[in-house]
Design a protein around this ligand. Structure first.
Ligand SMILES: Nc1nc2c(ncn2[C@@H]2O[C@H](COP(=O)(O)OP(=O)(O)OP(=O)(O)O)[C@@H](O)[C@H]2O)c(=O)[nH]1
Length: 198
């Protein structure tokens, strides 16, 4: 069974907990405790393959989580479509992750960045046009979704499933590109043995 680790980030009140709880339980609860970090686990069957999923919700106050960052396969960056400041914050997170990726992420974040506009049910109060968010997602090579944790159970479910499927696929491609143990040994025997750093 493969394990996928997701981290959910975004400004306070964007709806991170609501999305996670909706996905895990199918329920929407309007108030969540927001002062403690949480790790949720779930087993999923994706295309006939059993996958262990770990979702980390660091809670908004704690963004210094280098250990968790380095273990993550995917980053869900949530903003509230009715609050521009949350979108600005989401863009800042994306830029920081791109920078951090160079230094410490286990996986290339390219396949693992997901920008999520939540609270679509509040579109009458919209401050972030969908086109603008799509453009940002394209620029930063993120996948993009807009939905409502409050009103769209199936869509939230589909989104998480697609995210996990994407990551599994991407990890498979990377594993194929990465030389296998014996191949790596062979390459190292031929080219790497005598290399010294100066
Ligand atoms: N209208 C609407 N409200 C939502 C939606 N999702 C979440 N909310 C509300 O937004 C508020 C914040 O939701 P949370 O899930 O606690 O947000 P959070 O991002 O986890 O917040 P922190 O834990 O403070 O980081 C709550 O009152 C939710 O009920 C949504 O899709 N639509």
């Amino acid at each position: 069974m493969s394990d996928i680790k997701l981290i959910v980030l975004g400004s306070p009140g964007a709806g991170k907990s609501a999305l996670i709880v909706r996905f895990l339980t199918g329920r929407y609860i309007s108030e969540y405790a927001s002062n403690s970090e949480c790790v949720y686990t779930k087993q999923m069957n994706v295309d006939g393959r059993l996958t262990g999923l770990e979702i980390y919700d660091p809670c908004s106050q704690k963004l210094s989580m280098s250990k968790e960052l380095s273990r993550a396969d995917g980053f869900l960056i949530v903003y509230d479509i009715s609050r521009r400041s949350s979108f600005v914050f989401a863009k800042t997170i994306i830029c920081s992750l791109r920078e951090a990726n160079v230094r410490m992420c286990r996986r290339d974040t390219e396949a693992g960045l997901f920008l999520i506009g939540n609270k679509q049910d509040l579109c009458h109060m919209r401050e972030v046009p969908q086109e603008e968010a799509q453009k940002v997602a394209l620029e930063h090579r993120c996948h993009y979704y807009e939905l409502s944790a409050a009103e769209q159970c199936q869509e939230v479910n589909d989104m998480f499933t697609t995210i996990v499927r994407n990551i599994i696929l991407q990890n498979k491609i990377k594993d194929k590109r990465r030389p296998s143990g014996s191949m790596a040994k062979l390459i190292s025997n031929v080219f790497g043995k005598r290399r010294k750093s100066v």
